[in-house]
Structure formats: C-alpha cells, structure tokens
Design a protein. Sequence first.
Length: 579
Amino acid sequence: MKKSSIRPFPSEMEFIRYALDSAAIVAITDVRGTITFANNKFCEISGYARNELVGSNHRMLHSGIHDRKFFRQMYRRIAAGQVWQGEICNRRKDGTHYWVDTTIVPHVNSAGKVDSYTAIRFDITARHSADEKLRYIVNIDALTGIANRRRFQEYLETVIANHVASYANKVHLALLDIDSFKEINDTFGHDVGDELLRVVSGRLCELTSEDVFVARLGGDEFGIVMTGLDDRQVHEITGKVLSCLRQPVNLGPVVRRCSASIGIATFPDQAGSLDELFKASDLSLYRAKELGRDRVQFFVPRLREVALRKSELIHAFETGLAQGQFRLFYQPIIATNQLLDPALEGLLRWEHPQHGHLAPGAFLSEMNDPGLMAALGMFVLEQVFADMQKMQEMSLPLRRVAINVTNADFRSDAFVDRFFELVEETGLPPQKFCIEVTEGVFLGRDFQQLEGRLHRLHSAGVEIALDDFGTGFASLSHLRHMPIDRVKIDRSFISNLGTSSADLAIVRGVIDIAHGMGKAVTAEGVETEHQVQILTQLGCDSLQGWYFAKACNLLHLPFMMTSLKSYARDRMQRHAAAS
C-alpha cells in the first residue's frame, strides 16, 4: 500500500508554524538587533546559512537604500511597543537587493518592557521590479532614453515647490527646438529624424549636472531646467548647448550641421506659476525663431504684450469672418495698348466695428495662423466668384479678375479643388481669373506641391502673376521654372521713377528680362502722368494705381468704369493731337 504524502502534525501550533515558514520570512531579534532566530525562508532569500545569520546584527542586511531617518522612525515605534509595518529593501549575501513587505511585532515581557522583536516578511521583489519598470516606461522617453514630458513636469513642480518653501535661488526654464528638424524628417525620412533626436539628446545630456536637468518634451522640443544659477551662468550653459548642437551630425548617408533656437524665462521674476513659466519660455522661443533662429532669447515683458495683441487680433479676425465683416474692393489694371476693358484686382478690406475700414497691411502682417489664413483665402475665392457673376449681370467689360493668395492657400489641394468646383457651379471660365502669388510662397518646404498646384491652375487657363517682384527672395530661376505669366513690379520702385536713376534702371531691367522670358509686366503704385509716360516708353504692359482709380466696392464699379472710359477718350485725343 502506497504511503500518503500528507505530513501529519502533532499539534495545531506546529501546523501554523509550518504554514508560516513555507510562505513568510521570519526572524527574531533582541532589542539590540541581534538575530536570535531565522527560518528557512529567511536563509533562502538572503543567501546566508542559518549559522551566519543567528548571532549577527540585522544591520548586515542594510542595502543603503533607506536613510537614517527611516530607521530612526521605525525603531522609535517598535521600542514603544507598537507594531511597525512597511516596505524595506535588504541586501543579499551576493550583494543584490530584494524588497520585503515587513511587519515587526515587539514582544513585551511581564515587566512591561520590550525584550525582543519578531519580523514577518513577504518577498515583493517582483512587484517592485514591475513598478520600477512601469516608472521607467512612464517617465523616460522611449526613443532617446532621457526624461520625458511627464517626468520633466514633475521635476519642475518639485523644484518650484522647493523654491517657494526655502526662498532659494531662481529657476530658469529653457525650451529648445531643433531649427531644421522638419526639413530633415521630410527629406531623409523618420528614421534619420529619429537618429538626429537621439544625437541631440546625447549631446544635451553631456551638459547635465546637479543644477541642470534635461528632457524631451515631444517632437523636436526639449526642456532644460537650471536651478541656483544666475543669468550669466545660464547664458554660458545655453551658449554651450548651441555650440555643441552645431557640430556635424552623421545622419545615414549624409553629414549635416544643425542648429537650435532657445527661449528662456525665470521663476519667480518673470512668471509666478508653472503655467506662466511655460508660456513665457514659449514666447521667448517663438521670438528666437522670428529673429533668425540659432540663438538664445531671454524673456522680456514686451513679448507678453505682443502675444496678447495677437491673441486679440485672432479672436477679432475669427469674429469678423463669422459676422461677414470682410469685403472685396476692386482696382483696375490698365493695359497700355488697350485702355478699355481693364482687368481688376480684388483687394481685401476689413470693415472693423471699432477701427473702421482696414487694408490688409493693418492686420495680415501679424496674422500667422495658417488655419485662419486658409479660411480667409477660401472666403476671398468664393466672394470673387459671386462678385463676378454680378459683374456679368451689370454687363461690365473686363478681361480678368486677379486675387491674391498666400502660403496657407496652397497647404493642400482644398483651395485649387474649390476653384474648379466654383468654375463648374458658376460657368465662369478659368481664363477670366488671375492668381497673384508673392515671392514668399516659394520659400515654403512643400515647393513641389506648390509647383504642381500652380501648374494645375495654369493648364486650365488661369493667369499666374508674381506680385511685389523685387522686394522678396524669389530668383530668376523661379521665373524660368514656375508657370508665371506676369511680373508685377512693386510700388517702391515706381514712386521715385522720375527722380531716381537707380529705380529707373531696375524697372527697365525687370521689363527687359521679363519680356525676354515671354512674361508680361504690370507696374503697381502708379500715381502721376509722368510715371505713366515713362512706363509706357519702357514698354510696360499694364499699369495699376491711384492715378487711374482707387479700389472701390462692387456697387461703385460702373461709375469707375465710366470714369476710365472718359480717361481713355481724353488720352486718345491727346495722342492724336500730338501726332
């Protein structure tokens, strides 16, 4: 007969002792901490034999993780005869650490004094390892291995709280963006962009210290917290940051030099809260980019005032679009060889409820919201189609109507798609339209997409004009490669045409070059008869300016056309008399 594997226990107490010994780590020490009893589980997890434990002081297991204050509070409690419960990290014989959930029960003798302690522990090392891994995942950026936004926020909150409590030295927050990151990402791919982020993170970490904390906040934005340093020291550190980031970087098949922009604000001098500190640093960063990038910009109060003005402008702008406060006014473009049937340019006007009649120069220069600009561009496009239908009903003679577009209009295919939808809906032919682009459009990163969208319009018969030529950064190669039909000479070259030989030479040169490339030329800002005569002699194809008419709304267009007819008749009569 097979023997039973169940172990018999002579008493209930022996069974309880066996069960406890199987699951828990049990130790008994005297009041001085000398171990007087150690069960098998204690020997197993500590790596010590029982004879090595018994007779030794429990301090042999200290890991160094806990400070004196921790043990002082624990001993004070158990010495008073109270049970202590908590988590302790101990050290094994081989030097590795393990965590135990510990309950220490003091033994009080008949005299009312504590004469020993029984400690019952459970191994929670696996749980602590999982918690540590989770803390790593939660607080460390997976791509670069440095602190992430969450950890950065916690650190900054702690630093500021300590400052408030101890009136310590000020705290500097620096926000850093890699200047060329999007270009590299778009050109070489996300793998190369990720490698650049790792390189930048490594270089920033080389500059960290007890007073300098670095984290990746997301994308190509990094945060640097500097504590206990003055402005001069912060300037030196951030100067080193810019210098180290300028060093060449091996990015797969290419070697690139990069740069960064840094904005800095100080707590509590320039911001009284964490939220205000981030906003002030962000404003400084934006200003550093505006000033040309690859630089450090410290916060100044004026930046907050500018941001407030822009915020108010954007809110008023959105309200104006929603409430129909924007209008299109039209100014004639007169062909020098055909004074009748002028072209028109649609010019945006804002009928502001407080500031009255505003031209684009009063508000577009500070409008840097691509979404709002795209909405405005769509409004202009739809309005000009509606107005042209009314012009047809009025039987107004005109060749084309030109509208101005911006980078925001060409961010996607939406603008061009809507143009062709309106052509279908209204029956107006594309040949009746001119799209005017400024030189700044060519500086966008999506140059190929821009070129494709312009070709799409041009192929349908839309005239493409390059506006304000000579004031931006467009090169002659753009005239050669882009589908441009017309060059518009900026008014700044026309105003002194009769007195400045330099301006005269520039205008003559532009006309000759444009004509040599098969492009037509329009002169803007024509205000005198003398300018008309000079431009006509130079062979300029079209003229535009207050000399002929100011921009007017749709209802006044018939009167403007009548005035232009009178001008045309007078001019032809003078020309006939001179002949």
